[in-house]
Write a protein that binds this ligand. Structure first.
Ligand SMILES: NC(=O)c1ccc[n+]([C@@H]2O[C@H](COP(=O)([O-])OP(=O)(O)OC[C@H]3O[C@@H](n4cnc5c(N)ncnc54)[C@H](OP(=O)(O)O)[C@@H]3O)[C@@H](O)[C@H]2O)c1
Length: 281
């Protein structure tokens, strides 16, 4: 049984690979640029080329693959349906798809359509409907935290259900270890508590030992500032869109799916900040 890990160089894919390694589950890492991946990660992993915009890469990447950790990358022009059809044709037995919390109420987003597509093809699946990644703080929010000591995001005073990507990776790898148990299930994976960004800033201040604030910009100010910093307009709109439900108070639901599947407690944000502190120092 071999798993194909898509998005290996990203937040979730990398942690899924770590979790599969810890469980001795064989896997291959799908990357767009194998040469770059070898330079960055060495020969510890087996890399195969896969680009969702290039159908010619699909069949070779899926050769001898039984299960897929599937993520939907940002950007357009993806031949996602063709990839799924190829997976079905080549006998893939299980797909664990990284989706988003509350997807069932969001018919206009890719994840909604992708879940439907996977179901329609009849490939056994597990949907991981993830809350807001804690790792966003060391990813697209990192620059402002590090350079200007502020969490700069238009999320109002709403709370969001943070999840440590390491926890969702744990659920993903368990779905591969025992696919029958998790077949055709959707798990909403969140941490144990919802927090607003002022609370996160306070916790970061305490743990890092230097003041971090939450400046709560309006969407308009956020857009203007990010454009002035040379950020891509599409990216800015996505960030505004992601945080809009939080602003409206719609993102605060937490679940116990992580505890039910793993029998463990999810990481607290304090542990995450402590473990990732080198990103902001
Ligand atoms: N952030 C959140 O709070 C959150 C919450 C719930 C769900 N999600 C979902 O999680 C997903 C993002 O996961 P992530 O944060 O782990 O990703 P990420 O860190 O943004 O990394 C993106 C990955 O996609 C790969 N990629 C980009 N274009 C590709 C293409 N054309 N073909 C194949 N691979 C490609 C990148 O590889 P390269 O190295 O080649 O660029 C990289 O490995 C999205 O679907 C998002 O909706 C996010």
């Amino acid at each position: 049984m071999t798993v194909l890990v898509t998005g290996f160089t990203g937040n979730a894919g990398y942690e899924v690979a770590q979790s599969l390694t810890s469980k001795n589950i064989p896997f291959k890492c799908a990357v767009r640029n194998v040469e770059k991946a070898v330079m960055r990660y060495g020969d510890k992993y087996e890399f195969v080329p896969l680009d969702f915009t290039d159908e010619a890469t699909f069949a070779p990447a899926l050769k001898d693959i039984n299960q897929i950790f599937l993520m939907y990358p940002p950007g357009g022009e993806l031949q996602f349906a063709a990839f799924l059809e190829q997976a079905k044709k080549m006998g893939v037995q299980h797909i664990t798809y990284l989706s988003v919390k509350d997807v069932q109420f969001l018919p206009f987003i890719h994840h909604y359509k992708n879940e439907k597509l996977i179901k329609k093809l009849g490939i056994p699946y597990t949907f991981i409907r993830a809350g807001y990644f804690m790792q966003n703080l060391n990813d697209f929010l990192c620059e402002e935290i590090k350079e200007r000591q502020r969490i700069y995001v238009p999320a109002g005073n709403g709370k969001t259900s943070f999840v440590d990507v390491r926890d969702l990776a744990e659920v993903v790898s368990l779905s591969f270890r025992n696919p029958q148990l998790h077949e055709n299930k959707a798990y909403t994976v969140t941490g144990a508590e919802a927090l607003d960004f002022s609370q996160v800033a306070e916790k970061m201040t305490g743990i890092l030992g230097s003041p971090i604030s939450y400046t709560n910009p309006s969407a308009k100010d956020f857009k203007q500032y990010m454009l002035s910093r040379g950020k891509d307009k599409g990216f800015i709109n996505v960030v505004i869109g992601i945080h809009f439900p939080t602003k409206l108070g719609l993102a605060k639901g937490v679940t116990s799916d992580y505890q039910k599947v793993t029998g463990k407690q999810p990481h607290k944000i304090e542990t995450y900040i402590h473990d990732y502190r080198s990103f902001w120092e």
